[in-house]
Structures are given as structure tokens and as C-alpha cells.
Design a binder for this molecule. Structure first.
Ligand code: F6P
Length: 541
């Protein structure tokens, strides 16, 4: 178990409260003027990935106090407990060992004294052999991943992110229980050339099972029942249910319950990714993540990328009261990265109960949101620049172009770096007035309009600069965020690896369906009842 941590009773907390009123209010432009070497001292890197945190509203004193907070929380002991396979998912009584899914034999990961790497490697080899056979197959031109949440968002984001490394069949993803999702994918496919991968840790998730059964009917109608064994594969911890679905054992890839759904893309859940990019690239993705794991375990204090980023995120939520965090990839291929992170972060740390079973008396995770740049610039950046609330962001960019249109890339990078600068420096009233005067605006017009054209600036961003978006680098990037989430959960004293909050809605949807199926009508408020009646166009009960 991870030790409970009461942030608000800690020594560093008191110091941070003071610093929030002083250093936290300072303008970034002044901080750069005071210390022209700010970039030098406020960035860290691992090969291929640089994190510039100098445009964040932190000073050396703030960082020092945040690092002291992390020490008080026992971040190293917590980290080591995770890598040791301790039962840190305390409410489900499980270890949290997704790092083993990208590990190697010599890492010696174990759970309950049992070495897990031989089993992990055996399934990895089997799954990658299968992926290679699909890549080579002349018959399979399309792979459809059927899953939702962690069984969809990770593989989808990585497959899109590594578009340039795809050498296999076309990969599609169906997640929503809205039949329109399945229909729109199936409409372009030929059953003869399609492989469905049903991905579900539990193999009970309503959306996934509905889509899988419908896909099966579609296939059976065209090719007969015996085709199921050749056109379906499954990824699950529930082998019995996958087999009962009609999928032969050799096409089922299992994993253990110490891998959380939203942390599972590294193992067989990544099968669709492997079918798209091939075994070698998939192994490079894992090795990138593993190199970040090693960095997380070895790097000290301010040079530890997950630690620094996690602490800055906590500073904003807890001390400066900025409730959201935007992720803005200036890489179209990473356009699903914000959606992936929403689940990884918000399903992990969106909790209000502490590890000691008492309600926490502070905020926990921020709302994570975002969109690929430059599209976001023409949508919500107005609020980022001039709104009344501050929304810190990570801007992610890659030096190497992701398309053959080089000149587009220059523009893309120029926009990324310019946005970070604009958010920081803003534009003063004097500057606006000078500009308006230069174009001959009348004094009345200047008085009326200039205030609207002022940007306060001091909007913080972190800049994540990748040399290139390749499998290794993407593995590093994802693992970096995973460890940030772990550390924030540790400091916020929540249980990051359960998700009880999503259960109630599932339960009530089941109840509504039972009622619509003729079951006894339960208690509902007037609004819910009225809506249910409209949906069915008839009185219930
Ligand atoms: O949204 C709840 C959740 O349990 C997620 O944690 C999980 O990733 C998703 O549903 C899908 O679950 P499964 O892989 O078991 O179908």
C-alpha cells in the first residue's frame, strides 16, 4: 500500500501557500528579465525529448518547496513500491505493474514473490508473431479493434501517432455503443478481408460486447459460423468468456489484472498497433517507454522529468487554483493524444476519497483537455490568451516533419513556438496604442478599442520538443505522462488505479434497459422518468 499523505498538514505546504501569493503572481516576462539563463536551468531532457518548463510560473523557491513536498510525501518510496509490485491498488487489492508489460527479463519484476517477466515475454512473442502473420497475410486488408476506454484510446492514439510507420493492414477502431460507429466502419469493409480484435479486459463491457456480437452477425451472415474462428481474435483477462464467444485459444491473448485498462496498451491490448506497425516497431515503442521508466527510477530531483512536470501540475491546481490543463500537440498524428490522456489522468486521479479512507480536503486532478494545433488556435485559444481564467498547457512539437510537405512543417513549428511566446509575453496597452497610432487610428478609436486588444500574458506553458515522432519517442512520451499521473495521485493522496466512479452510470443504464425490456419500473425522479417516457414514446409502469 502507498502511505497516506496529508498535503495540507505538511511543512512544505505552508511555504507553498505563501509562495503562491508572491512568486506565483510574478510575471514570466520579469522572471526572464531577472534571469536570462532561465531556460538553461529550467529544462530537462532525455535523448530525443526535451521538456522546457521555463515558461511555467515557478521560481527556484517554488521548485524547492515543491521538491520538499514530494520528499515529505515519500515519492521515491512510492515509486519503488510500484516497481516492486507491491499491492498499491489498495481498493482492488492488486499490484500496479504495467511497467512490466514493457520490461525485459533482467528487470525481474515480480508480484507476490512470483517472477512475471517470463509470462509477459511469452505472451508478447506470441502476440507479435500473430501480428506479423496478419501483416504478411494477403487475405486480411483491414483490422477492426473493438473496445472502449483503455481498450480503445491507447491503441487508437498510438496507431494514429505512428501513421508513418504503418506497413500493415488498415486499422479501424469501433468503441461507441451507438450503432452508427460500427455501421460507418463496416460499410467500407469486406468480411472476407477483415479481422476483428475484441479487446476487453473484463470481456463484459456493454459497449464492446454489443459491437462484438453485431460484428460477429455481420461476418456470419456473409461467411457462415465457421468464419468466426478465422476472423476474430481477442485480448482479455477473461479467457473463458473470450472462448465462449467462439474465438480459439491460440487467438486469445491474455494479461493479468495488475495491468490497469488505461495503462494496458503495452501488452496484447496493443495488438492492433502491432498489426499496423509490425513487431520491430512495437518493440521500439516498448523500449522507449522502458527508457523513461529507467529515467524515472534513476534521475534526481529537478532532473527527473516526471517529477518536475507532476509538481508543476500540482502547483497550478492546489496553489494557483487553475482547474484545467490543456495538452496541445502540434502534430496532427497525435490528435488523439489529449483524449487518451483524459482517461489516463482523469480516471486515475478524479477522486475525492483519500488513501486513508477520509475525504481529501483539497483538489485532485485537473480537467485535461486539448486539440491538435493549429486547429485549437482557431477555436479556443482566444480564451487561453484573453479569458478571465488561466489554463496552463503542454505544447508538444516534433522537429522532424511528419509529412512530405516541408513548408507546412515550418509553419506548424513557427505557430507552436509563437503561441508559447504570445501566451507568456502578452501585449501591453502602450504597445497596442503605438500600433494603432502607426496605422492612423483616431484618439477616440484608440481609447475605445485599445483595452480590448491588450493581452495580459503570463499564461504558462511547458514546451515538449521531440526530435521526431517515432515508436521509441512515442513510448517515452506516454510513459512520461503515466509517471506524472502516478506522482500526482501519490501527492493528492488518492487511489489512482481504481475507477469506481464510472460504475454507477453503468449500473443504472442496465436498470433502464431491464425496465424497457418489461421489468418492474424502479424509482426515478420526475425528470428521468419523463425523458425515459419520451424516448419510448409511451408510458412506463
Ligand atoms: O470506463 C471504465 C472502464 O472500466 C475503463 O477503466 C476501461 O478501460 C474500460 O471501462 C473498458 O473496460 P474493458 O477493457 O474491461 O472492456
Amino acid at each position: 500500500m502507498l502511505k497516506p499523505f496529508h498535503l495540507r498538514s505538511s511543512q512544505a505546504h505552508m511555504r507553498l501557500l505563501d509562495l503562491a501569493q508572491t512568486d506565483g503572481q510574478r510575471h514570466l516576462v520579469d522572471l526572464f528579465a531577472e534571469d536570462p539563463n532561465r531556460f538553461e536551468s529550467m529544462h530537462c531532457e532525455v535523448p530525443g525529448l526535451l521538456y522546457d518548463w521555463s515558461k511555467h510560473r515557478v521560481t527556484e523557491d517554488v521548485l524547492g518547496a515543491l521538491l520538499a513536498l514530494a520528499e515529505e510525501a515519500g515519492w521515491k518510496a512510492g515509486r519503488d513500491a510500484m516497481f516492486r509490485g507491491d499491492t498499491i491498488n489498495q481498493t482492488e487489492g492488486r499490484a500496479v505493474l504495467h511497467v512490466a508489460m514493457r520490461g525485459e527479463l533482467e528487470d525481474n519484476f515480480s508480484v507476490d514473490g512470483h517472477q512475471v517477466m517470463p509470462g509477459v515475454l511469452e505472451v508478447r512473442d506470441r502476440m507479435l508473431d500473430f501480428a506479423e502473420s496478419i501483416q504478411k497475410s494477403k487475405d486480411i486488408t483491414d483490422v477492426v479493434n473493438i473496445g472502449i476506454g483503455g481498450s480503445d484510446l491507447g491503441p487508437l492514439m498510438v496507431t494514429k501517432g505512428l501513421r508513418n510507420h504503418s506497413s500493415g493492414p488498415k486499422t479501424h477502431f469501433v468503441s461507441n455503443v451507438d450503432g452508427a460507429h460500427l455501421e460507418s466502419v463496416l460499410s467500407g469493409l469486406n468480411p472476407q478481408n477483415t479481422l476483428f480484435i475484441v479487446v476487453s479486459k473484463t470481456f463484459t463491457t456493454q459497449e464492446t460486447m454489443a459491437n462484438a456480437l453485431e460484428a460477429k452477425s455481420w461476418l456470419v451472415e456473409a461467411l457462415g459460423e465457421e468464419a468466426v474462428a478465422h476472423h476474430f481474435a481477442a485480448v482479455s483477462t477473461n479467457l473463458a468468456s473470450a472462448q465462449a464467444f467462439g474465438i480459439p485459444g491460440e487467438r486469445i491473448f491474455g494479461f493479468e489484472d495488475w495491468v490497469g485498462g488505461r495503462y494496458s496498451l503495452w501488452g496484447p491490448v496493443g495488438l492492433a498497433v502491432a498489426c499496423s506497425i509490425g513487431a520491430e516497431n512495437f518493440r521500439a515503442l516498448l523500449s522507449g517507454a522502458r527508457s523513461m521508466d529507467q529515467h524515472f527510477q534513476q534521475a534526481d530531483g529537478r532532473f527527473n522529468m516526471p517529477l518536475v512536470a507532476a509538481l508543476i501540475g500540482l502547483w497550478y491546481v492546489e496553489y494557483l487554483h487553475f482547474p484545467t490543463f490543456a495538452v496541445l500537440p502540434y502534430a496532427q498524428d497525435l490528435d488523439r493524444f489529449p483524449a487518451y490522456l483524459q482517461q489516463a489522468d482523469m480516471e486515475s486521479n478524479g477522486k475525492s476519497m483519500g488513501r486513508d479512507g477520509k475525504r481529501i480536503d483539497h483538489a485532485s486532478g485537473p480537467v485535461i483537455w486539448g486539440e491538435a494545433g493549429t486547429n485549437g488556435q482557431h477555436a479556443f485559444y482566444q480564451l487561453l490568451h484573453q479569458g478571465t481564467t488561466v489554463h496552463p498547457a503542454d505544447i508538444i512539437a516534433c522537429i522532424e516533419p511528419l509529412s512530405r510537405f516541408d513548408q507546412h512543417h515550418e509553419k506548424l513549428l513557427a505557430n507552436a513556438v509563437a503561441q508559447a511566446e504570445a501566451m507568456m509575453i502578452g501585449k501591453s496597452k502602450e504597445q497596442v496604442e503605438r500600433e494603432m497610432m502607426a496605422i492612423g487610428a483616431s484618439p477616440e478609436k484608440i481609447t475605445a478599442i485599445a483595452p480590448h486588444r491588450v493581452f495580459e500574458g503570463n499564461r504558462p506553458t511547458g514546451f515538449v520538443l521531440m526530435d521526431r515522432l517515432d515508436p521509441h519517442a512515442l513510448g517515452q512520451l506516454i510513459a512520461w505522462y503515466e509517471h506524472r499521473i502516478f506522482l500526482q495521485g501519490l501527492l493528492w493522496n488518492v487511489c489512482s488505479y481504481d475507477q469506481w466512479g464510472v460504475e454507477l452510470g453503468k449500473q443504472l443504464a442496465g436498470q433502464v434497459l431491464t425496465e424497457w425490456g418489461g421489468g418492474a419500473v424502479g424509482e426515478h425522479d420526475a425528470s428521468t422518468l419523463a425523458l425515459m417516457q419520451r424516448m419510448r414514446c409511451k408510458e412506463l409502469g
